[in-house]
Design a protein around this ligand. Structure first.
Ligand SMILES: [Zn+2]
Ligand SMILES: [Zn+2]
Length: 83
């Protein structure tokens, strides 16, 4: 994972151990870190969300399984957010 461990810890403190979209408990689901701008190198706190795997995939995929337009556009310029 490209996000530094110190940043991961700060995100867990900010989220109090719950998914920042729908509040799933990270005691039961594995946290994943999402980059809002899709740039894996941008590890500023305001660019990051800590999410459960289901909510994370909703940021990248439409219900029909296709990539969201933002991802489709950004994939050309940035390494894909595979956090
Ligand atoms: Zn992501
Ligand atoms: Zn969630």
């Amino acid at each position: 994972m490209s996000v530094p461990i110190t940043v991961q810890r700060k995100l867990l403190v900010r989220s109090r151990g719950y998914c920042e979209k729908r509040g799933e408990d990270f005691a039961f689901v594995e946290p994943q870190i999402h980059h809002k701008d899709r740039n894996r190198e941008n590890n500023k706190m305001e660019n990051l969300l800590i999410l459960c795997p289901n909510c994370h995939s909703e940021f990248h995929y439409n219900v029909d399984g296709t990539l969201k337009k933002k991802d489709f556009d950004m994939i050309q310029e940035f390494p894909y957010c595979q956090c």
